[in-house]
Design a protein around this ligand. Structure first.
Ligand code: NAD
Ligand code: MG
Length: 391
């Protein structure tokens, strides 16, 4: 029986993870769940999965949750804040931590889980983008097992031999990350000015949280994923190619020196990479329907248009710069996406703000958590002041 903590249980990845858990009560037991704003949803999850701990945002939501669980799940202990998240990430009882908080808010508990040597299932790509060197060092030093949940990285992981490492590439030459191109891949460029948050969040193939949906529409998501792949597979940005593949059936590929290309295919449903990582190295039923390649019939590929998707170019630039550049890129993007979702800036301003913050900020080496946090903070302040000045 594997005991599991889910950081971000009420989100899209969290809900899919609980769906997989519910299919395998003999294998997985929920130790702790966290949720931020959706207290009623978190309460329902606690009633069903009976975790030992639940973690929520603040004292007010602790009181609300306590009230909701008074009758059906009084044994669940309720904590709050970052301290609570770190506590459920490192508890000795826990075998596996699903890191599914969105954005920089997930960094500390995810890093703590890595430091504690847990099996870390990483969905929270922003944590790795902003603090890659610290994160990978923590994994190496503690002997933690880091398994990618992001569908592309999970696909690459599946296409690499188990003895792949930086000292033994096993003939792997290049990684090809596929991208759907999001909802605006074929829209006229003039139409991009007036895009609304609802349009940006309506992804053609995947159902996801709002932040990653906007990132997919700008293709910043693929840029963050390129940086994520550099850390996970110890590659330079030049060893990674991004290809638009509108059907989202091939989740990514590995090119080998002998001309072979291995790909992982499947329906676009996150329960496949989640179940893969949860049971690894075994395989379990995920609830995802079998892929019907006859009805899919064709797979298309094209090169990404960097004029349409400047965020992708900015992320590649940040990856090449290294140091704190990805931290700055990520922080500016989080602030800009949040402002776009609130209606404060236009869709096209997202890339403009990220470009300006990246250009204005001096890039430093990142060797401590304090460095990461101060780079993140400065970039956020810079993005906020650009947004305020634009009004
Ligand atoms: P979501 O918005 O649906 O859920 C986010 C979760 O984080 C929620 O449980 C929320 O309560 C919690 N949260 C939000 N702000 C928080 C804060 N300040 N402190 C603590 N908790 C907070 O997001 P999602 O789509 O599930 O994505 C989660 C992560 O997984 C992201 O990093 C995303 O990039 C990554 N990811 C998601 C998908 C997908 O299909 N949804 C695919 C690949 C990777
Ligand atoms: Mg992905």
């Amino acid at each position: 029986m594997q005991k599991l903590t889910i950081l971000g249980a009420t989100g899209s990845i969290g809900v899919s993870t609980l769906d997989v858990v519910a299919r395998h009560p003999d294998r997985f037991q929920v130790y702790a769940l966290s949720g931020y704003s959706r207290v009623a949803e978190l309460a329902e999850q606690c009633k069903k999965f009976k975790p030992s701990f639940a973690v929520t945002a603040d004292q007010k939501s602790v009181d609300q949750l306590q009230q909701l669980l008074r009758v059906d799940s009084p044994e669940t202990k309720i904590l709050c804040g970052v301290e609570g998240l770190c506590q459920i990430a490192i508890a000795p009882e826990v075998d596996m931590v699903m890191a599914a908080i969105v954005g920089a808010a997930g960094l500390l508990p995810t890093l703590e889980a890595a430091r504690a040597g847990k099996k870390v299932l990483l969905a929270n790509k922003e944590a790795l983008v902003m603090a890659g060197s610290l994160f990978m060092k923590a994994v190496r030093e503690s002997g933690a097992t880091l398994l990618p949940i992001d569908s592309e990285h999970n696909a690459v992981f599946q296409c690499l031999p188990s003895d792949y490492s930086s000292d033994n590439r096993c003939g792997a030459q290049k990684i090809v990350l596929t991208a759907s191109g999001g909802p605006f891949r074929a829209s006229p460029l003039e139409a991009l000015h007036s895009i609304t948050p609802e349009q940006a969040c309506a992804h053609p193939n995947w159902s996801m949280g709002r932040k990653i949906s906007v990132d997919s529409a700008t293709m910043m998501n693929k840029g963050l994923e390129l940086i994520e792949a550099c850390w996970l597979f110890d590659l330079s940005p030049d060893q990674i190619e991004v290809v638009i593949h509108p059907q989202s059936v091939i989740h990514s590929m590995v090119q080998y020196v002998d001309g072979s290309v291995l790909a992982q295919l499947g329906n676009p449903d996150m329960r496949t990479p989640i179940a893969h990582a949860m049971a690894w190295p075994e395989r379990i039923n995920s609830g995802v329907a079998n892929l019907d390649i006859i009805s899919i019939a064709r797979l298309d590929f094209e090169a990404p248009d960097l004029e349409r998707f400047p965020c992708l170019a900015l992320a590649v630039e940040a990856a090449r710069m290294g140091g704190s550049a990805p931290t700055v890129l990520n922080a500016a993007n989080e602030v800009a996406v949040d402002a776009f979702l609130k209606g404060d800036i236009s869709f096209l301003q997202i890339s403009e703000i990220v470009a300006q913050v990246l250009g204005d900020t001096s890039i430093v080496e990142l060797d401590t958590l304090e460095n990461v946090q101060s780079s993140d903070k400065l970039a956020r302040q810079s993005a906020v002041s650009i947004i305020q000045r634009s009004h």
